[in-house]
Write a protein of this length. Structure first.
Length: 650
């Protein structure tokens, strides 16, 4: 250890020897120290709570997911600040008694200082190189962040799959049942599948508008340790998709929970949907088909499907009014026959406890599916006996919409697709570029709207872009009021971009896309980085104050060597608490990177920027911040012949 540095360190420790301080004076020291700490604690709490302000302003699915995290962190910080200001001084007054050992006698402190002191000296000697390396790393991280993929939320592994194939809109009940049974049998043949439960059509609820042509099959998988070696969930999906290539059926793969969330929030059951609005169903369907053809071949677009708004089959019974008059019948007589045969006629109501069930009668399904049998349906007349229904009505099949969807008082169609093996943002951006020319030439009164997860992605990005600059301004103002110096506030806030270096490299190495979860991780990182920077600036200012007091008493001139030694002393002072702040964060977060199971997919994107950012921000604070601080003091000494020292209010 440098001799001059050791002498400074030894002298300061000797001046702070509590063993010879009277009890009353010791209490005064504790009281004064607590007053100084309370200001820093207050502004640190304000900064960390302010950094979570964007999380509070998130809405929709992302807001419901991350609001508990923000509230928990805020309440913990508020209670922690209250305890530090009120309870900590009382506990210190009880336990700070007896003899206190010198910091140099602690082997941990001694070892850390022996490593840190030559490193910081080398960095100060080669200050331009160190600053250049930091700036180069920052510049490299910018294209890394710009080239990252974008998605709304990380794909959460729910532990199960949802297979949603769609058949032709005119499929019969019996055919839908047969298809469902065949598909379930094929799915169950895969070794990783434990249980299969399929459903065709809608449930007995008004909120489920699924047609009979849409099938939902929930696939429960076995525990991952029972899978074949090397198998992943994507491998299982690809294998099942290859086995379930049935003509006339479009396959769709998702997960049960996210599917319900998508349908409730956006009305789209896939990751992305292009809603086509217009006035005519045939024109909407034609435009949808053209959009589907344009999207074919785009990387990442999977399970593409055009929502059918035509192709439904209807049985039209047109009454021949001239003929019913000849047979002395009226319209109600014919409608009653059709209703009882096809729709069903209510006979009575059965009561079972508190439940009531209507009893209806109608012809069997085989008869109702036979057009010729319906034409031979007997109609009883008073004068001519029994005649066939075809004598008084035309019975034919006609095409029509299987289901009419409307939104914003306009008819709507949709082109649906999932995104796999690529990020959501770049996939949709490429699709938009490909459709720009076509969309601009759509007829008047027709337009498209992007929906699904992309709609949520845009909403979340707009919220974060709007509020993040405001948050940075509030953090800067909080530090200014804490230090009463623009320069000191700048020293602290400059740690934020250098903290982003580690976060950018970490998520790039891990192959994670930018999402709301990653943004929340960076937001949490802001507070940690600024808080550590505040501690370093406080001790550097304290060292400068001690230098001014020493030189003022001896009336000596402050030299550049004095500045360098006291900056090194201030940086090394309380080095263990500074490192503890970083290490506690790392030790608490790193194990999550190797976690598995449901929920880990959501936690890792939050943790990755925090782990990498805390590491690089600590390096910047310990090695670069003292250099910048020393350069500013040398500039003050060269220009003004003295250095500015903040009052010890922080």
């Amino acid at each position: 250890m440098n001799k001059k540095f050791y002498q400074i360190f030894k002298r300061k420790n000797k001046e702070q020897d509590y063993n010879k301080i009277p009890e009353e004076t010791r209490m005064q020291i504790i009281e004064r120290s607590c007053k100084q700490v309370s200001r820093g604690v207050f502004f640190s709490t304000v900064i960390i709570i302010t950094s979570f302000l964007p999380v509070f302003l998130l809405t929709g699915q992302e807001g419901k997911l991350f609001h508990p995290l923000a509230y928990t962190k805020t309440f913990i910080m508020a209670v922690d600040a209250l305890l530090v200001i009120t309870l900590a001084p009382v506990l210190i007054s009880f336990f700070m008694k007896g003899k206190f050992q010198d910091d140099k006698k602690n082997p941990v402190n001694r070892g850390i200082e022996r490593v840190y002191e030559p490193v910081i000296r080398w960095c100060i000697k080669w200050r331009k190189t160190v600053i250049g390396i930091n700036i180069a790393a920052l510049l490299i991280s910018i294209p890394l962040v710009m080239n990252l993929g974008r998605e709304f939320m990380p794909p959460l592994d729910e532990g199960s799959l949802l297979f949603m194939p769609v058949t032709l809109p005119d499929v019969s009940n019996s055919e839908a049942k047969r298809i469902l049974q065949v598909q379930d049998k094929i799915i169950k043949s895969v070794p990783e599948v434990q249980h299969v439960l399929g459903k065709a059509g809608r449930a007995n609820t008004a909120t489920d508008n699924s047609p009979i042509s849409m099938i939902e099959t929930i696939i429960l998988l076995k525990p991952q340790n029972e899978w074949r070696s090397g198998m992943t969930k994507n491998d299982i999906i690809n294998e099942l998709n290859a086995k379930l290539q049935i003509p006339g059926i479009t396959n769709g793969w998702t997960m049960p929970i996210i599917n319900r969330i998508n349908m409730l929030s956006t009305g789209i059951r896939t990751d992305v949907g292009i809603k086509v609005y217009g006035q005519n169903l045939d024109s909407i369907y034609t435009l949808s088909q053209k959009i589907s053809k344009e999207l074919q071949g785009i990387e990442g677009v999977k399970d593409m499907y055009v929502d059918p708004i035509t192709g439904g089959k209807y049985l039209d019974v047109s009454i021949k009014r001239e003929e019913i008059g000849r047979y002395n019948l009226n319209v109600d007589d014919v409608n009653a026959i059709v209703e009882s045969a096809l729709g069903g006629m209510k006979l009575t109501t059965t009561i079972e406890g508190r439940q009531r069930f209507s009893v209806n009668a109608r012809y069997g399904q085989d008869f109702r599916n036979n057009l010729e049998a319906l034409r031979r349906l007997p109609v009883q007349t008073m004068q001519f006996g029994t005649i066939p229904l075809s004598a008084v009505a035309d019975i034919r099949l006609s095409d029509g919409p299987p289901m009419i969807n409307s939104e914003n008082a306009m008819l709507r169609g949709a082109v649906l697709f999932n995104v796999r093996d690529r990020d959501l943002g770049s996939t949709v951006s490429e699709a938009m570029k490909k459709l720009n020319n076509m969309v601009s030439k759509m007829p008047k009164g027709y337009y498209v709207e992007w929906s699904g997860q992309y709609e949520n992605l845009i909403r979340g990005e707009q919220t974060l872009k709007m509020i993040l600059p405001v948050v940075l301004v509030i953090i800067f103002l909080s530090m200014y009021f804490a230090f009463h110096s623009m320069r000191e506030a700048f020293f602290c806030i400059i740690t934020i971009p250098f903290a982003l270096i580690g976060g950018a490299f970490m998520i790039s190495i891990w192959g994670v896309n930018l999402s709301v979860a990653v943004a929340v991780g960076f937001i949490a990182l802001f507070g940690l980085a600024v808080e550590t920077g505040i501690v370093m600036i406080i001790y550097l200012n304290d060292a400068m104050q001690q230098l001014v007091e020493l030189k003022g008493n001896t009336k000596e001139t402050i030299t550049r060597d004095d500045l360098r030694e006291y900056v090194i002393f201030g940086a090394a002072k309380r080095l263990r608490p500074k490192l503890m702040t970083v290490m506690v964060t790392l030790f608490g977060l790193v194990p999550i990177l190797w976690s598995h199971g449901v929920g880990s997919d959501m936690m890792k994107p939050i943790i990755l920027p925090m782990v990498g950012g805390v590491f690089t921000s600590a390096i910047h604070i310990l090695l670069v911040t003292p250099i910048i601080f020393l350069m500013t003091k040398e500039y003050e000494l060269r220009k003004y012949g003295k250095i500015e020292v903040l009052e010890a209010k922080h």
